[in-house]
Design a protein around this ligand. Sequence first.
Ligand SMILES: Cc1cc2nc3c(=O)[nH]c(=O)nc-3n(C[C@H](O)[C@H](O)[C@H](O)COP(=O)(O)OP(=O)(O)OC[C@H]3O[C@@H](n4cnc5c(N)ncnc54)[C@H](O)[C@@H]3O)c2cc1C
Length: 414
Amino acid sequence: MSEPLVIIGNGMAAAKLCEELAGRCLGRYAVGVIGAEPRLAYNRVLLSSLLAGEVEASDLVLRPAEWWAARGITLVYDRPAVAIDRAAGRVVLADGTFLPYAKLVLATGSHPVRLPLPGMTLPGVTAFRDMADVGTLLAAASRGTRAIVIGGGLLGLEAATGLAGAGAQTTVIHLADRLMERQLDARAAALLRRAVEARGIEVLLGASTQAIEGEDRVCGLRLADGRVLPADLVVVACGVRPNADLARAAGLACNRGVLVDDGLAASDPRIHAIGECAEHRGQVYGLVEPAYEQARVLAARLAGAEAAYAGSTVSTNLKVSGVRVFSAGDFDGGAGTQDIVLSDPGLGLYRRLVLRQEADATRLLGAVLFGDTADGGFYLDLIRSGRDIGRQRADLAFGRSFLSDPLSDTAEAA
Ligand SMILES: Cc1cc2nc3c(=O)[nH]c(=O)nc-3n(C[C@H](O)[C@H](O)[C@H](O)COP(=O)(O)OP(=O)(O)OC[C@H]3O[C@@H](n4cnc5c(N)ncnc54)[C@H](O)[C@@H]3O)c2cc1C
C-alpha cells in the first residue's frame, strides 16, 4: 500500500521532486500535488523570455499532462491549499475538500514584495512572478505605453527589456546607486546601465518611490524628491519573500521562510519544505538551482537513502538577449582579498576575479563577468570546490581555454 505524499505548490521545486521520486521509488508513495495556478508546472525562469517574445507559453511546460498521469501523480490545479491540519494529517483545499497525508512537502515558492505605499493596489500596478502577470504585461504594453519598473535587479531589468521590446516607453526606478548591486560591482553595473540605456530604457538610480498616483487606475509615480513621472503601467520588481503562510498558520517553526534542517525537515518530522519557501541555515534562496539541489536530496531521503543538504553556492545570469552578465560568490572582495581585473570598456568587456591567498593555497572566492560569460560555469566550479588555483593564477582571468596547467577533473568537466 503506497503512503500518501502530498506536495503543496506545483512549481519548479515540486516538479523536480516528482521527477526524482519517479526515478527512485515510483510506487512507494501515492503522490498528490496541489497547485494554486490553473496550469501544469512550468519553467518560471523563462517568463522573461516569454515576455520578450522569444518563446511561446507552451515552451515553458516542464512535463506534459501524460507524463504526470503515466507516473500516477494526482494533480490538483487552480485550487490552493488553505490550511494544514497536522492533528488529522490532512491538507484542506479552498473548496473545502481535503487530502490526507503521511508525508507533506511544502513547495509554495515566494510572494513578490508589495511596497507599503499609497496606490499599490490600483489597476495597472502589477508584479512579475507568474504566467498571469506576463499576460497582464503583454496586454498592457504596446507602442507608446508609458511603463515604469520599480527595481533594477535581475527581474526588474528583464521586465523592462521585455516591455521596451514590445514598444513601451520604459523607465527603471532603482533605489541603490547602481543596477544589480547585490550581484555586480560598480564597474560591471556601469557597463550594464550603458547596455540597458542603449535599448532605449531610461534608468533612474538613487530614486525612491513615494506613491503611485491615480484615481481609478495608475496614471503616474511620485518620487521622494517630488518629481511625478507619468505612467500607464507600473511593474513592481523589488524582490520576493518566502511564502511560509500555511506553515506559520499550522504552527511550524518559521523565520523568513519555513525552517528546515539538513534533511529538509520542518519542525514537524512528517513535513518538509524545499525551494524558495524554505529557510536553511539562515539562507533563503531566490534561484532555481538551490531548489533543485534540495529536491534531489529530499527525494533521496524519501526513497530511504542517506543524503543531506549543506547549502548552495549560487550564480546569477541575466537573461537579456545581447547582454551577458554573470556573477557568483563574493564578487566585491574587501579586506584580505585580492582582485584580478581585465577591462575593455570600449568593447564592453569586464572580468573581475576575487581571490584569497591563504597560507597553503590561493582560492577563488567570487567572479563578475560582463560581455563574455562563457567561462562562468568554470569559475563557479572553482568557487564551489575551493581548489588551490595558485599555479594557474597568472592565466586564470583569460579563461579556461588559456590555462596551460589545467585544473581539477571537476573543473575540467564543468
Ligand atoms: C521572471 C522570473 C525570472 C527568473 N529568472 C531566474 C533565473 O534566471 N535564474 C534562476 O535561478 N531563477 C530565476 N527565477 C526564480 C525561479 O523561478 C525560482 O527560484 C523557482 O521558480 C523557485 O521554485 P519554487 O518551486 O520554490 O517556487 P515556484 O516556482 O514559485 O512555485 C511555487 C508554486 O506554489 C504555488 N502555491 C503557493 N501557495 C500555494 C498554496 N497555498 N496552494 C497551492 N499552491 C500554492 C504557487 O502558485 C506556485 O505555482 C526567476 C523568477 C521569475 C519570476
